[in-house]
Design a protein around this ligand. Sequence first.
Ligand code: AMP
Ligand code: ZN
Ligand code: FE
Ligand code: FE
Length: 309
Amino acid sequence: MGCSPNVNIDLHIHSTASDGTLTPAEIIARAHRLGLAAIAITDHDTVAGVTQAMAAGIPSGLHYLSGVEISTAAPRRYPCRGSLHLLGYGFNPNDEPLRQALTRLQNARKDRNPRIIAKLNRLGIPLSLNQLEEGAGDAQIGRPHIANWLVAHGVVQSFDEAFARYLGVGQPAYADKYRIGCAAAIALIRNAGGIPVLAHPALIALQGSWPLETLIHELQSCGLMGIEAYYPGHTPEQTRTYLEWAARYDLAATGGTDFHGAIKTEIEMGRGGGDFQVPYRCYAQLAALIEKVAGPPDEHGRHHPGYRV
Ligand code: AMP
Ligand code: ZN
Ligand code: FE
Ligand code: FE
């Protein structure tokens, strides 16, 4: 199979298992049609989409890594607004401790939705939990689903306005939720045979006085192995900085679009807003790391259910 350095990859994709609008099987089909060389489905706090995609079948021309995006709490010295998003790659999606931790996070999400709805109700917005769950299937319902409802019912004009006026941190319908500590999340991914990667560093809203570079050091001392350098929301300068840090501190540089389907229509899988690209070597480097962690693959090219070379 082709390993041309010029093909695109996308290691940050959301499916209907969290707040994306394409099913895992639709994501695989689209990635294949777009000619992507490697993808990972990285749903918020669930691996249901990862296993659904594998059950549907991955075409032989497509490299596929298990993935997840965990909402974690930053270390104490690094207060930040909202969650620190931690990506995991190439882990065993059947790993029991990881699954149990994800179940706790899913329950925290379920516990938060009624609190957000109660706040909206007090603001005179008549959303009910039933309405939210209608048509959501097994998805991890989150604020994006609520934002969509607010748009569909004319409460706000846009998805972003829903966050700016109601759902974002500090807004009147914001509700906090339990988060796993980042060190614990890093250890869970490592123990499941995977590679922990800090998601979209530029989106981290640090509130303290320590700079981002020292946070990355601290996370590396907890076992972090990579940073997401390529991301549509990063400026070229930010991307350059993260690539420099990755090289300097021996971290893998990864990248992806954060594709959500119709929730973020301006972002296409593998190409972001148009000319965004993640180089193939990011996948190659990650795959080499996974092999180092997991040992050589079996005769089918498999390490465990989450990874195929
Ligand atoms: P949740 O996991 O339910 O807390 O929702 C997190 C998701 O909401 C993120 O992955 C984004 O897609 C979206 N989101 C969070 N904050 C904002 C914001 N300020 N503007 C637009 N979308 C946001
Ligand atoms: Zn999302
Ligand atoms: Fe994220
Ligand atoms: Fe994401």
